[in-house]
Design a protein around this ligand. Structure first.
Ligand SMILES: [Cu+2]
Length: 474
């Protein structure tokens, strides 16, 4: 008699071979650091033979000398700011996408450049081979995840093969009337294992990444957001734990242990269904109404006297910030006026715009209300200031705003967090394109006097137009 499991003889060796190859590739693949550095840091934006977010890097050592490249990679914005004509032209040509700064040693940068050179040869060889050029030169593993995924994949495959092999063996025995494994029993036990491993991973998440709370709130409304989050979290967390214990626990308790117990056929129970529909509905309604109330408190609060008003302008990939100047009125803007020298599209004919200030980073006075006016040039971005519990979409064609009051200066925050490098940061919180991660801007909260002193030093938007690049340094 023939049965299908025998066909396993055909594919099992192939699968095992694949797994072995994957494993050996994983472990023998001790990459030189240059490749790792390149793949983990540059591969997202650069290819060897194709332009991507940044220019193709092939031939770069012929285009620029090593000293220049080291300076550039370490801090491209500084090279641009120094007035280096090549750098300024390049930056403009690439739509002012700022490359991150890499605080690396000369040797590290040289190893990356050596790797680029090596890849040039690889790409050239591929092209000479015919065909393969398209997409070639794409660095081997530029996922940024290292070898983790392939190991996990290999282990999963190995597990699957072992299970399947076990099945084949037990089927052979079954044909002889011997029951080798009780699969239902094994599955029931696996349910409990799955639950314990799952809970352990949840716990790890909290301990390692969230420490159960957000960083200290540094704004007036921060506390009510935090208490809302805490309440929502604990309600859903308790329900999550309870339902999963029931789900996996029952699968375990009522598994087939080979003792001939029969399952009870229990098609429905209207009372039960009623309760498990109505109770979650009530709980969710309460949570949503509570959230709505909190949101109203935050967004419908009254505007106090003499607030600080400023505009944040989001573009792919960076922010620009504008303060109103002495008249305390932001000048008019129009997207049709956006040009190489007027990147925010400010109306040069508007009297209110003349004293507007373009600032490279944002200083705010502590305990004074701030009105953020938000505008986008290209796609939807999101202004996220986690320590102030501020988050608002920034939408092209639809100005938005957020009002908040910072309550702790940067210095106070450094003491509180025991981190003397601490800085408030504005980040984009919408995946808006390849260099989304680069959309950051420093915020500094200071005393009123320090704020006024800083403001007095800022340059006006129109005077500064030709050197605006400084505004996107993070
Ligand atoms: Cu963005």
């Amino acid at each position: 008699m023939k049965f299908q499991y025998f066909s396993v003889d055909k594919w099992l060796p192939k699968v095992l071979l694949t797994v072995l190859l994957a494993l050996s590739a994983t472990f023998s693949n001790a990459q030189p650091t240059g490749a790792e550095l390149y793949n983990n840091n540059c591969g997202a934006c650069h290819r060897i033979d194709q332009d991507l977010v940044g220019p193709a890097l092939g031939g770069i050592l012929e285009r620029r000398d090593e000293a220049w490249l080291i300076k550039w990679i370490r801090n491209s914005q500084a090279v641009i700011a120094s007035g280096d004509q090549y750098a300024v032209d390049l930056y403009n040509k690439w739509n002012k996408v700022a490359m991150p700064a890499y605080d690396w040693t000369d040797d590290e940068i040289k190893s990356v450049l050596a790797y680029v050179k090596e890849q040039e040869a690889v790409v050239a060889a591929k092209a000479a081979d015919g065909g393969g050029a398209a997409g070639g030169g794409a660095a081997k593993a530029d996922t940024g995840f290292g070898n983790g995924p392939i190991i996990i994949l290999a282990l999963i495959m190995l597990g699957a093969v072992l299970l399947y092999a076990g099945r084949v063996i037990s089927t052979r025995f079954k044909l002889k009337g011997v029951r080798l494994f009780n699969w239902n029993n094994i599955n029931g036990i696996l349910f409990i294992v799955f639950m314990v491993v799952g809970f352990a991973l949840v716990a790890l998440q909290f301990v390692k990444y969230m420490k159960f709370t957000l960083p200290v709130a540094a704004s007036e409304h921060g506390a009510i957001i935090d208490s809302m989050l805490a309440i929502t979290f604990w309600i859903t967390f308790v329900v999550f734990i309870a339902t999963h214990i029931l789900l996996f626990g029952y699968a375990f308790m009522y598994r087939d242990q080979g003792d001939g117990r029969k399952a009870l056929f229990y098609p429905d129970n209207h009372k039960l269904e009623f309760f498990w529909t109505v109770i979650p509905a009530i709980v969710l309604t309460v949570l949503v109404l509570y959230g709505t109330k909190v949101w109203r408190e935050i967004t419908q609060g009254e505007i106090e006297e003499n607030p600080v008003e400023l505009e944040l302008f989001a573009y792919q990939f960076g922010w620009q910030a504008r303060f109103p100047g002495a008249d305390k009125i932001l000048g008019a803007h129009d997207f049709r006026m956006i040009s190489a020298t007027n990147s925010m599209g400010i109306d040069a004919a508007d009297a209110n715009a003349q004293d507007d200030l373009l600032v490279p980073e944002v200083y705010l006075p502590v305990n004074r209300q701030v009105i953020l006016r938000l505008r986008a040039r290209d796609v939807i971005h999101s202004a996220y200031l986690p320590h102030f519990r501020v988050q608002m979409n920034v939408v092209p064609g639809m100005p938005t705003q957020f009002v908040f009051t910072p309550t702790m200066t940067t210095d106070e925050m450094r003491v509180t967090t025991n981190n003397y490098n601490f800085n408030y940061e504005l980040a984009c919180n919408k995946i808006c394109g390849a260099a989304h991660f680069n959309m950051r801007m420093k915020f500094v909260v200071v005393t009123e006097a320090e704020y006024e002193a800083w403001l007095a030093q800022q340059r006006t938007y129109f005077r500064k137009a030709e050197t605006q690049t400084a505004a996107v340094i993070n």
